[in-house]
Design a protein around this ligand. Structure first.
Ligand code: GAR
Length: 222
C-alpha cells in the first residue's frame, strides 16, 4: 500500500474527491496518510479531520523564502514516508529540490487544458478569467507530474469541458471541477498506485492492467 500525502491551500474539494474515491475503493493501492496545508485556515484541513486523516500545517508565511519552505516540505514529506505527493489546490511554489527529491512522484491538478492557460500567474479563478477573455469554447483540466517548470511536467490525464454562453469564472470553475478535476485526479492517483504510469522522454504512457502498454501492443511486441 502506497502512502499518499495531499498538499492543500484552500477549500479542498479536490481533496474531498480523493477521500471519497479512497472510501469507495477506487484507489486500491494507496492510502491518504497525511494532508499538509500551506495555510492554517484552509478548509481542506477540516475535510481531512472529518475523514480521520492526520494533518500538518506548514504555513508559508512562517518561512523567509521559497528555499527554506521547500526544505521544510521535503523534511515533512520524508517524515510522512510519502510514496505519492498530490497537489490538490496547493497554491504555494516549491523549489527544484522538492521536484528532485520526488521526481515523477508528485502530481498536480490544473484547471485548464495544458498548455493553454498555465504557468506563472495562472491559478484558481485567474485561469477561468483568462479562458473566458480569450473566448475558448472548450476548456477542462489536466493532471500532470510536477517538475521545475511551472505546469510544464509530463501530462497524465486530461478532460475537456464545454464553455457555455453566459459563463462567469465561477460557473466555469465549478463545471470544470465537477466534470473533470474531481474525476481525473482520483483516477490518476489510482493509476499511479497500481504502477500503471510510465514516463519516457517526458511522455506519460498508461500501461494496461497487465503491465503492458499500448505502444508495445501496437508494435506487436506481445
Ligand atoms: C482547483 O480548481 C484547482 O485545479 C486549482 O485551484 C482549485 C482548488 O480548489 N489549482 C490551481 O489553480 C493550481 N495551479 P480546491 O481547494 O477546492 O480543490
Amino acid at each position: 500500500m502506497l502512502n499518499i500525502v495531499v498538499l492543500v491551500s484552500g477549500g479542498g474539494t479536490n481533496l474531498q474527491a480523493l477521500l471519497d474515491a479512497e472510501r469507495a475503493g477506487q484507489i486500491p493501492g494507496g492510502k491518504i496518510t497525511c494532508v499538509i496545508a500551506s495555510r492554517p485556515d484552509a478548509y481542506a484541513l477540516t475535510r481531512a479531520e472529518n475523514a480521520g486523516v492526520p494533518t500538518r500545517v506548514l504555513a508559508r508565511r512562517e518561512y523567509p523564502d521559497v528555499h527554506a519552505y521547500s526544505r521544510a516540505m521535503v523534511q515533512a514529506l520524508q517524515e510522512e514516508k510519502a510514496d505519492l505527493v498530490i497537489y490538490a489546490g496547493f497554491m504555494t511554489i516549491l523549489d527544484e529540490s522538492v521536484c528532485r527529491a520526488f521526481a515523477n512522484k508528485m502530481m498536480n491538478v490544473h484547471p485548464a487544458l495544458i498548455p493553454s492557460f498555465c504557468g506563472k500567474g495562472y491559478y484558481g479563478l485567474h485561469v477561468h478569467e483568462a479562458a473566458l477573455k480569450k473566448g475558448v469554447k472548450v476548456s477542462g483540466a489536466t493532471v500532470h507530474f510536477v517538475t521545475e517548470e511551472c505546469d510544464g511536467g509530463p501530462i497524465i490525464l486530461q478532460k475537456a469541458v464545454a464553455v457555455e454562453e453566459g459563463d462567469t469564472p465561477e460557473t466555469l470553475q465549478r463545471r470544470i471541477m465537477e466534470q473533470a478535476e474531481w474525476k481525473i485526479l482520483p483516477r490518476a492517483a489510482a493509476l499511479f498506485c497500481a504502477g500503471r504510469l510510465r514516463v519516457e522522454d517526458g511522455i506519460v504512457h498508461i500501461l494496461e492492467e497487465n503491465g503492458r502498454d499500448g505502444k508495445e501492443k501496437q508494435n506487436g511486441t506481445f
